[in-house]
Design a binder for this molecule. Sequence first.
Ligand code: TYD
Length: 198
Amino acid sequence: MFISLEGIDGSGKSTQARLLADRLGAEGRKVVLTREPGGSPGAEAIRRLLVEGAPDRWSPETEILLFNAARRDHLERLILPALDRGAWVVSDRFADSTRVYQGATRGDLRGLVDGLHDLVIGREPDLTVVIDMDPEIALRRGLARGSGEDRFEEFGLPFQQKLRTGFLRLAQDFPDRIRVIDGMAPADVVAERVWALM
Ligand code: TYD
């Protein structure tokens, strides 16, 4: 199984990805926990170009190309080989993040996002869990981490609100693959909600 976790910045999906991978491992499954942008050495190098620097560092189109370059490397070098070995792959973000962050929030670029995805990725997770969260609370959490990777958080609250709407809309567009869970609870409670989907 290939599972992705999605959500706005600070939604707790990274914690949930880790807890899910731990639990699958405890059940005796082979698990690979990974993330985007990144997940393979080449994609991690591209990640640094994407998450650091001024919000207007890249045009939306250039950004879409960089995310897809990173994703292609991640898929070729890590995800597909792991699935071939029979491992479960849990990815903190995948292509839905590009659909929402680049395709739904900054002009109508969804056509470019979808076209490029079909050309160079062409693969969806078997299951995607969207952790839904109030953007105001999530944003406070995200900036409090002070990771230096705040390029997207710096777009501010209206941007995060658009993202939330974008993820919820995407879940309606892909009802067989995407499940939304309420992330407004302690991490262990949210983890149980995620586990119930397995
Ligand atoms: P991530 O490391 O998941 O950040 P966080 O843990 O704060 O949620 O992702 C880094 C940033 O990259 C995040 O703000 C979301 C953004 N992003 C996109 O804009 N498009 C994408 O396709 C992906 C994978 C991430």
